[in-house]
Every structure is written in structure tokens, then in C-alpha cells.
Design a protein around this ligand. Structure first.
Ligand SMILES: Cc1ncc(COP(=O)(O)O)c(C=O)c1O
Length: 429
């Protein structure tokens, strides 16, 4: 395992700046004023550049891999650190109020987030991440041997594994449909789902935004299709919260798993489970349990009764939600799409083939292109070690590029120039 010294040695060897030491970090953590909201109308790029300063990432780091984890900005970090300082003094007013966290209903943390994603506080359980929420669905949904779950062939490992476990242990059956690459319209996906449904299909479990391609699946239509056939609909929405407008009750699904640490920039260790109402709650057994595990009056709160937990993380979540609300989710979504569309168009000019849908309704801040014969891992490593640019790929030549709102056009140009230089260096352009 790498210790701090070997990490620093590795960083130095590849020419990267080492992470800041304590004093430098304290200086870097000094509050930086948020850009005035009115700046947006006067000079949009300056507004986003102002927001970039809220992130601790060095100014010359270009993060095109927000799809894996987001970086939490200063207001979020401050909320977390302040909360630790407060709570660890053990000076809470109540005789039993010291940190026994994880047995309460937590409306003060669930409600702001629920408001952001178009849900009622009672429909949201805050859990550790999307993996945990996916496991709660796969493990807890009432099924018997031979019952089928239908999913796409692009699900994330944490979406597949709970069902595999269930199949191995209890004999449920996993059915898969192939996602078109790229899908040209929502109907292409709906038809494939429709064709794969059998009389034994009990639940459709698919991503809202595909981790492989960034394609947005037509969640509302999938939910309606499922409902029309008496099938439960469940989504893995790891990439949706904070990416753009999300209205869970409008989607009309039964269950929805997600994480806030990616596009909402909340602290790591924040995820959620949405449970539409009692009719689905009655069919979803809780997985991690303690007191109150069967208290139906808690509604979705039943799924977050998991014992000693972490209030500072929740304070960070509230700060992340507040920041997104202050900026405005419509502005965030527009910016995400603009940056991603620009990058996509530039990669197409360079001869890439695309797995990003041509339908604007199915696009977001994650684009996916294939750039053979470039070997993605070689490119990924070279970009990071030589240019401080983070991208994420897949074998052999796939690039998944994600464009958080704080990136500038200049950041994108830096990546494109570096990509061109890499191809020249390899004699490919
Ligand atoms: C679609 C999808 N589901 C689930 C996950 C796992 O998310 P988490 O790290 O929040 O558990 C990811 C992570 O990238 C993902 O892309």
C-alpha cells in the first residue's frame, strides 16, 4: 500500500505537484467570495470562472472525469469541518444528544435535498452512496425464485452485483437487453425493453444516465411502460442529482438510487434512496437494520436506520444543495450541455466515433467517443502525468469525458491540444 511518503515520491517522479501540506492547505482553504449572481447576465464565462475558484483543485488541473467523483468546493468543506469542530466537543444540549447519529429521522437533511430533486421528504432516505442504495433495492425487493429482473447491458457493477447475489442465493433470474450504441431516440430503448418483458418480469432496473456512455434513458416513459404492465420500475441515478433538473415524482418511478458526491459535489459518503409510496415500501425489505426497522410511519426514513453515522457529512450535503440552488439548476444544466456539446463536436472533427446520442433530450455533461487506434490507458496516463488533465476511458479506445460547470473553454482547448499532440507523437495524425 502507498503511504504518504511514497505517494509524494510517485507524484514528484511523474512531475506532478504533491498535495498541499498543512499550512499551505489552510491558506488555500481561506474563504473566497462567490461570484455575484448578477455577473451571470453581464459575463457568463467570468461567472463560471468565479465558481471555479471555489474548488481546491489547482487552477491548471483540468478535470474531465467528474463522472467518477466530484471535488467538493469550499462552502461544502467548510460546513463539514465546522460541524466536526462543533459536534466533537460533545457539548450538545440534550443529555442524549451527543453523537448518536443514524437513528433519527433527519428531516433537516432530507428535506433540502428532496426539494432539489422533486420529491417529498418522506420519500427520501439518505444513505452512503449509490452502491448502497442499489443494494437496498436488489436485496430488498420482494421476489421469489424464477422471478425476473430486467436490466440493460450497460449497468454499473454496483447495479448488477446485488441481482447476481440474489440470483445465486435465491434463484431469481436476470434478463438483459442490449442498449443501442448510440440510441437515436427514446423509442429505440423503449422497444427493446418492451420486447424483453416476459410474464415473469417483476422489476425493471436500469440506469437513468448510463455510466458507459452518458446517454440519458427515457425514465418517465420507462416508468409508464412498467406501470402499464404491473411491473415495478427502479433506476440507478448515480449521475443525475446535480447534473441538471431532476423531478423524481414527475418521472413516476417506484424506486430510485443515487449519489450526491458526483455532480452535486457533496462530501463522499452521501447517497440516497427514493421510495415512491407505501405500496412499494411494502414490497421493499430494509437491508441494514436496527431499532425502528419495521416502523412504517418513518416511510423512506426506515431505510436509513443504520446506527452511528456522520452528521458533518450531512452538513456538507446541505451546503452542496444550497450552492446548487443558489447558482440555479437550470443554469447548471445549460452550462453542462454547452461544454459537453462543444467537446463532442470537436472530437467528431478529429474522426472519433460517438456513443453519445444525437437526440438532445438524451445528452448531458458526459460524452463518450471512441478514438482507435489510440489506447485509452496510455492516453489517460500521459494526459495526467504530462498535462494534469483527468479523463476516464474504457478498453480499448473509449474516452468518457465529463464537463462539470466550472470548466472553461480554455480548459477544453487544453485537452484538445494535448489530445492532438498525443496523436502526433504516436504518428497517428
Ligand atoms: C451508474 C452508476 N451507478 C452506481 C455507481 C456507484 O456510485 P457510488 O460510488 O456512489 O456508490 C456509479 C459510479 O460511477 C455509476 O456510474
Amino acid at each position: 500500500m502507498l503511504n504518504r511518503r511514497s505517494l509524494l515520491a510517485t507524484a514528484t517522479a511523474v512531475g506532478l505537484a504533491a498535495p498541499l501540506g498543512r499550512e499551505a492547505l489552510a491558506a488555500a482553504m481561506a474563504p473566497v467570495a462567490m461570484p455575484a449572481p448578477s455577473l451571470y447576465d453581464k459575463d457568463e464565462d467570468a461567472y463560471w470562472a468565479g465558481l471555479r475558484k471555489q474548488f481546491l483543485m489547482p487552477a491548471d488541473l483540468v478535470n474531465l472525469n467528474n463522472g467518477t467523483v466530484g471535488s467538493s468546493p469550499r462552502p461544502v468543506l467548510k460546513a463539514v469541518f465546522d460541524s466536526y469542530e462543533q459536534t466533537e466537543q460533545m457539548m450538545q444540549a440534550g443529555a442524549e444528544e451527543y453523537p448518536i447519529w443514524g437513528y433519527g429521522p433527519w428531516p433537516e437533511f432530507r428535506k433540502p435535498f428532496a426539494d432539489l430533486v422533486g420529491a417529498h421528504v418522506d420519500q427520501i432516505a439518505i444513505v452512503r452512496n449509490c452502491t448502497e442504495a442499489n443494494s437496498f433495492i436488489g436485496n430488498g425487493f420482494d421476489m421469489k425464485a424464477g422471478d425476473e429482473v430486467l436490466m440493460s447491458d450497460e449497468e454499473h457493477g454496483s447495479g448488477i452485483a446485488p441481482w447476481e447475489l440474489r440470483a445465486k442465493r435465491y434463484g431469481i433470474v436476470i434478463k438483459t437487453f442490449a442498449m443501442p450504441k448510440p440510441p437515436k431516440s427514446p423509442d429505440e430503448i423503449l422497444n427493446r425493453i418492451n420486447d424483453a418483458i416476459t410474464p415473469r418480469t417483476k422489476i425493471i432496473f436500469v440506469s437513468h444516465i448510463s455510466t458507459n456512455t452518458g446517454v440519458i434513458l427515457p425514465a418517465k416513459q420507462i416508468s409508464a411502460l412498467a406501470r402499464s404492465k404491473g411491473i415495478v420500475s427502479a433506476f440507478d441515478g448515480a449521475h443525475a442529482a446535480g447534473m441538471g433538473k431532476l423531478d423524481l415524482n414527475d418521472i413516476g418511478c417506484d424506486l430510485y438510487a443515487g449519489s450526491m458526491h458526483k455532480w452535486l459535489f457533496s462530501p463522499k459518503g452521501t447517497g440516497f434512496l427514493y421510495v415512491r409510496d407505501d405500496s412499494i415500501g411494502d414490497r421493499l425489505w430494509p437491508t441494514t437494520v436496527t431499532h425502528s426497522w419495521d416502523d412504517r410511519t418513518l416511510k423512506a426514513g426506515r431505510y436509513q436506520q443504520f446506527g452511528s453515522s456522520n452528521i458533518p457529512t450531512m452538513m456538507g450535503l446541505n451546503a452542496a444543495v444550497a450552492m446548487a440552488q443558489d447558482i440555479g439548476i437550470d443554469r447548471i444544466e445549460r452550462r453542462h450541455r454547452q461544454l459537453a456539446d462543444y467537446l463532442h463536436a470537436e472530437m467528431m472533427k478529429r474522426g472519433a466515433t460517438s456513443w453519445t446520442s444525437p437526440d438532445p433530450a438524451m445528452r448531458c455533461a458526459i460524452i463518450t467517443v471512441n478514438v482507435p487506434p489510440v489506447q485509452r490507458m496510455e492516453l489517460e496516463t500521459w494526459l495526467w502525468q504530462n498535462h494534469k488533465i483527468r479523463v476516464r476511458g474504457g478498453e480499448p479506445s473509449k474516452l468518457r469525458l465529463s464537463t462539470p460547470y466550472y470548466l472553461s473553454k480554455a480548459d477544453l482547448e487544453r485537452f484538445l491540444d494535448a489530445f492532438d499532440a498525443f496523436r502526433r507523437m504516436k504518428g497517428l495524425a
